[in-house]
Ligand binder design. Structure first.
Ligand code: NDP
Length: 247
């Protein structure tokens, strides 16, 4: 059941996070939006409210542990608890390794890996105590296979596959009933390509997305499906992409 669930969404200011926030709110969830761009969060939350949904927002930089802790507290004070977190914030400045864009490598590690760890660390004590909770993360098809120009981005997403699976196994072993779902999207039309600074890679990716890209609403549907599953069931992996993309 989605109705009434309190769901924190990181990276809720655009793309997949925004689409998911809007859909879950329409289905009766109480959504807590986090990202860095406050103007975007504010207008999305206001629009959700106008449509009769319940949404609050808080500025969040996932690379800061304190911001992650604060948004969990904010969810509890706003809506009385936390049932799920969608660990979705991420960036993809793809480039060949030989370009040595080391600042971008580190940024991807900070947001795509450490940002997720910070979110998990913030919410897990609550989930353990209440013996329930749902952790949903956005990996990528680049977390399942190797792609040129995606050595570091793909690495951050491969990390999620291992981490989320071990988390699921340990929770089952520890009897805390925490569920996980890791989503592996292919080409989804969002602002993600804006983070690519390598001209050639950017052009190639824009071409690919122009040909194949589908709406982030499709990923929102998957998140909603995962959240809707009965408490005794976990579907822990979803690979989702355009039907005509041979990813
Ligand atoms: P967008 O660029 O539209 O969304 C990325 C979101 O992450 C934004 O809301 C951005 O908000 C947020 N974000 C980035 N850095 C931080 C930070 N330090 N702290 C908090 N929030 C941050 O792209 P998508 O919707 O596509 O990306 C969502 C996820 O989906 C990412 O993890 C991405 O890797 C993954 N993905 C996307 C695919 C695609 O084809 N689009 C395919 C596979 C995976 P703000 O700038 O306001 O902080």
């Amino acid at each position: 059941m989605i109705k009434g669930k309190v769901v924190i969404i990181t990276g809720a200011s655009s793309g997949i996070g925004e689409a998911t926030a809007r859909l879950l709110a329409r289905k009766g969830a109480k959504v807590v939006l986090g990202a860095r761009r406050e103007d975007k969060l504010k207008s999305i939350a206001e629009e959700i409210g106008k449509e009769g949904g319940q949404a609050v927002y808080q500025v969040l930089d996932v690379t800061r542990q304190s911001d992650n802790d604060d948004i969990v507290t904010f969810a509890k004070t706003s809506f009385g608890g936390v049932d799920a977190i969608f660990l979705n914030a991420g960036l993809m400045p793809s480039s060949p390794v030989s370009a040595l864009k080391t600042d971008e490598w580190h940024k991807m590690v900070d947001v795509n890996i450490k940002g997720v760890l910070n979110g998990v660390a913030a919410v897990l004590p609550t989930f353990i105590e209440q013996k329930s909770g749902h952790l949903i993360a956005t990996s990528s098809v680049a977390g399942l296979k190797a792609y040129p120009n995606s050595a570091v981005y793909g690495g951050t997403k491969w990390f999620l596959r291992d981490f989320m699976e071990v988390l699921r196994m340990e929770s089952a072993m520890e009897g805390t009933n925490i569920r996980t779902a890791t989503i592996y999207p292919a080409a989804i039309n969002t602002e993600l390509l804006d983070t690519i600074t390598d001209k050639q890679v950017s052009e190639a990716m824009h071409g690919l997305y122009a040909k194949f890209g589908i709406s982030p609403d499709r990923i929102a549907d998957v998140v909603a499906f995962a959240l809707d599953l009965p408490e005794d069931t976990t579907v822990n992996e979803f690979t989702v992409g355009p039907a005509n993309q041979p990813w």
